[in-house]
Design a protein around this ligand. Sequence first.
Ligand code: AMP
Length: 191
Amino acid sequence: MRLLIMGPPGAGKGTQATAVAEHFGIPAISTGDIFRANVGQGTPLGVEAKRYMDAGEYVPDEVTNNMVRSRIAESDAGAGFLLDGYPRTLAQVTELDSMIQATGHQLDAVLVLTVDQEAVVTRLLKRAEIEGRADDTEDVIRRRLEVYAAETEPLIAVYGGRGLVVSVDGMGEIADVQQRIFAALDDVPES
Ligand code: AMP
């Protein structure tokens, strides 16, 4: 299975991505997590990414694309993967198309979690308290939502045009959302 999970910041993508990936026996690859790990280790990639992340802006496509390209070339992703947080721009869509095409495979589905905007802000502020992420202050949260609306939301229509979008209501209890996701993905044929 080659899957994407999409939705605004705070939609619960990370939590659900882990469960879905486990279910299908594929790695959940989160670009945000990879960036954060690099920031934590103080790698050159981390130093560069941090500037953008702290401001709620996207890390430049070239940096992000190269990182994803090498990650999905690793052996554990040979039978498939679930990408969380990538692609986020139209240029990244094109890049991902070429990466997948080069392996002779195709994308199976794009899972879209739909949520209420204000609920998302509340959720993110709560997460900020618990995790202390540098990009979870209210100003940065609002900026991240703006960037999402401008740069990433249009991707849903692109994938919708390809018949790949599986929309799931992301509001409510984690376990309930998970059940909805599994029910929706049951109908997706594996390529
Ligand atoms: P996330 O944990 O997915 O919300 O990502 C945290 C931050 O990492 C984002 O706000 C961006 O600064 C950066 N980031 C993650 N994925 C991407 C991507 N595909 N393109 C550009 N920046 C990204």
